[in-house]
Design a protein around this ligand. Sequence first.
Ligand code: 5GP
Ligand code: MG
Ligand code: MG
Length: 183
Amino acid sequence: METSDIRDELTEILVTEQEIQEKLRELAARIDADYAGKDVLLVGVLKGAVMVMADLARSLHGHVEMDWMAVSSYGAGTKSSGVVQIRKDLDSDLTGRHVLIVEDIIDSGLTLSWLLENFASRGAASIEVCALLRKPEAAKVEIDCKYVGFDIPNAFVVGYGLDFAERYRNLRDVAVLAPHVYS
Ligand code: 5GP
Ligand code: MG
Ligand code: MG
C-alpha cells in the first residue's frame, strides 16, 4: 500500500508552531493593553484566519466577540485583483464597535484595503488589523496593519489555516509548498 507523508510536499518550515504561539501571546498582550476597558469585535476572514482567530482569541484576557466574513477576490491567476465579492457577510452591526480584523496573511494587500474601506462605511468606532504573516509585496498597497506576526519572503506558503486547493490548512507550522506539488 502506498503511503504519503505531507512533510514530503514541503520544502521548508518558515514559522514553527511554537514561534506562532509565542508571537500570538505577544500580540495578544499588546491588544489587551491597547483595548483596556473596551469590548473588541474580532472579525476573522474565512477560511484562512480560523487558526489565528482560535489561538489569538484564547490568549486575550479582555472581553471579545467574534464574527466572520467570507470574501472572494476575482482575478486571473493566483494574484488577487482587488475586486472583492462578499460570500458571507458579518452578522454584527459595526456601528460604534471597536473592530479588529484578524487575517492569516497580507500579500498584495488588495483584499484588506477593500475590506477596510467597506468597514469604514459601516460606522465602526475604530478599525485595526492583525495579520499573522505579511509578504514584502504588501508594502506596495498602503495597509496600516497595527499587529503583524512575521514578515516572510515572497513564497507561497501553506499551513496553520493557509491552503493550496483547500489542503494543508491543518498543518501546525507555516511551510513553503514544494514545487512538485503544483505540477
Ligand atoms: P491579497 O489581497 O493580500 O493579495 O491576498 C490575500 C489572500 O490571498 C490571503 O488572505 C490568502 O487567502 C491568499 N494568499 C496570499 N498569499 C498566500 C500564500 O502564500 N499562501 C496561501 N495559501 N494563501 C495566500
Ligand atoms: Mg485571508
Ligand atoms: Mg486560499
